[in-house]
Design a protein around this ligand. Structure first.
Ligand code: FE2
Length: 238
């Protein structure tokens, strides 16, 4: 268990969110509420949040989400964390797809709590704006570390444990190489720090591109709609 040394990282508030995005969310939430209240008989017009998102490939978007200062603070904290927690591969994934990571729920509960708050108040309104679907439940949030040692492990994969993936670079410019390739869609250079790459997980085969030098840190959210998943599981297992 790791206790955050920087108090600001554990404060539950939206100070660390891109401020124009916060403003757009305030204007968007009533539109979403109205859409939901209509049970699908009303159309959700493009929201202010939707207008902030840039489509990079079909169904794949980027949006400035976290403030740069927050990314810098988190990277400083990662350096401290490394003294007590190791980045370890996820044994649930097969070897070619394992990237060393720190799972927040297991190791940094203070940060996990804040990320839970971020999902409910910021990320979900973005997903509602993009896909008209809630993804309020966290399958996992982790800090991943791509480095030259992991070159061979950037194999093609789907993020199988979730519906939507949100990937936020924390230290772009501090390493060489990196980026993401989407099958049949194209290649994306590392986004600026704090900008989220958002994509539906199950139909977007992708791979991380090799990092040539340095460490590439990413904050990765795997999100699901638990109720929907439970319903499907019940039907499949019945
Ligand atoms: Fe992935």
């Amino acid at each position: 268990m790791y206790n955050l040394s920087n108090y600001l990282l554990s404060v539950q508030s939206n100070w660390y969110v891109n401020q124009p995005l916060i403003k757009a969310i305030d204007e968007t939430v009533p539109m979403i509420a109205k859409y939901k209240a209509s049970s699908g008989t009303h159309t959700l017009e493009p929201t202010p949040v939707f207008k902030m998102c840039k489509r990079v490939f079909p169904d794949i978007y980027k949006v400035p989400l976290l403030r740069r200062q927050y990314c810098t603070m988190l990277c400083e904290e990662i350096e401290l964390m490394k003294n007590s927690i190791a980045f370890v591969p996820n044994d649930d994934e097969d070897e070619l797809r394992q990237i060393p990571e720190i799972v927040l729920k297991d190791h940094i509960p203070d940060l996990y709590r804040n990320m839970w708050f971020l999902v409910k108040t910021v990320i979900n309104p973005i997903l509602m704006s993009l896909y008209c679907r809630d993804n309020l439940d966290i399958a996992s949030v982790q800090i991943a570390n791509y480095s030259p040692k992991e070159k061979k492990k950037g194999a093609w994969h789907h993020d199988d444990s979730c519906d939507i993936s949100v990937v936020i670079p924390l230290n772009t410019g501090k390493y060489e190489g990196g980026g993401t390739e989407f099958y049949n869609k194209g290649t994306l250079n590392p986004l600026p720090n704090g900008h989220a790459l958002i994509f539906p997980s199950f139909n977007n085969l992708h791979r991380g591109l090799a990092v040539e030098s340095g460490d590439r840190y990413l904050l990765v959210f795997w999100l699901v709609d638990k109720n929907r998943t439970l319903e499907i599981a019940k039907e499949v297992l019945a």
